[in-house]
Ligand binder design. Structure first.
Ligand code: GUN
Length: 294
């Protein structure tokens, strides 16, 4: 098995499997899943993410509807749209692309989404279910990381995992999933003393801080699995003096790859897996909302 974990290939397999299960669900009389994606404003990165999500819906046989709102939309207007989607029986999943413009209350919007349609797994109810080990909708990026880790390592029980970053979207749910898989989990963050020494003890390192090339070769125990969640756009000066924009992760890939046992690339690692897991969540939500069949 190659040491580079190919998230693009694995995500294609998941999308194909979701498409098969969508057909099975609808043939048994269940609801054909539909994902509503809400994009506020013109942020280029968010626009790209939303385009990719809609494209993957098509590949997975999931219907999608896109709602684009201007960056000056008010909180009541956005709430009204979320309410409308909550009450729309033809919509099984709702995703409000983050970050939202500063004048909007992100937490309030997330809590306004019906938890059974919360395919991001960000609603407090789903966060509580995850942290107590009960079934619910689980955030997509950490789910994608777990699928990749279990694919290459099998049972994770007893392994020491270090999660770099404590965000609600990745770091905290990632730690919860690793703990559920019986790992010993350390979360490190900007105030942690000697992050490098803690990482060197880890069998698994998950980097999710948004700092290009933060994780160096001497942070990694030889043979450890390294999962790079970072997607950072940087400008690089080429030999001919031209400046090009590149996507890089939180891991110094060229330096770490020879030391690691397994490593995810950026792009083509965690990114496509996140979207594939969004399709899995939309299918799960449709299944749960299909009262006659499961
Ligand atoms: N912005 C960056 N990642 C995500 C995500 O996973 N979900 C949503 N809704 N917004 C994001």
């Amino acid at each position: 098995m190659s040491k580079i974990i190919d998230g693009k290939k694995l995500s294609k397999e998941i999308l194909q499997q979701v498409a098969v299960e969508v057909t099975e669900l609808t043939e048994r009389g269940g609801i054909a899943p539909c994902l509503a994606v809400v994009l506020v404003g013109e942020d280029p990165a968010s626009q790209l993410y939303v385009r990719n999500k809609i494209r993957c819906c098509n590949e997975a046989g999931i219907r999608s509807v896109e709602h684009r709102l201007s960056s000056d939309v008010s909180q009541p207007e956005l709430n009204a749209l979320v309410d409308e989607l909550n009450n729309d029986a033809t919509v099984q999943g709702i995703l409000v692309q983050l970050p939202l413009p500063g004048h909007l209350d992100e937490s309030a919007i997330i809590e306004a989404i019906n938890p059974s349609k919360d395919v991001d797994g960000f609603h407090l109810l789903n966060v509580g279910l995850l942290s107590t080990g009960q079934p619910g909708l689980v955030p997509c990026t950490p789910t994608g990381c777990m699928i990749m880790l279990e694919k290459v390592l099998g049972d994770l029980s007893g392994k020491h995992a270090v999660v770099i970053g404590r965000s609600n979207i990745v770091g905290k749910p990632m730690a919860a999933l690793l703990l559920q898989a019986s790992c010993t989990v350390t979360i490190v963050h900007s105030r942690t003393r000697d992050i490098a020494a803690l990482c060197r003890q880890a069998d698994i390192v998950v980097a999710a801080v948004g700092q290009p090339g933060l994780v160096k070769a001497d942070w990694i125990k030889p043979g450890a699995a390294v999962i790079d969640v970072g997607i950072n756009a940087i400008e690089v000066t080429e030999a001919d003096g031209s400046v090009v924009r590149k996507l890089v992760g939180d891991v110094d890939f060229a330096a770490v790859e020879p030391v690691a046992g397994y490593i995810t690339p950026v792009p083509g690692g965690v990114g496509p897996m996140t979207i594939a897991c969004l399709m899995k969540n939309t299918l799960s939500a449709a299944r749960a909302q299909s009262t006659t069949v499961q």
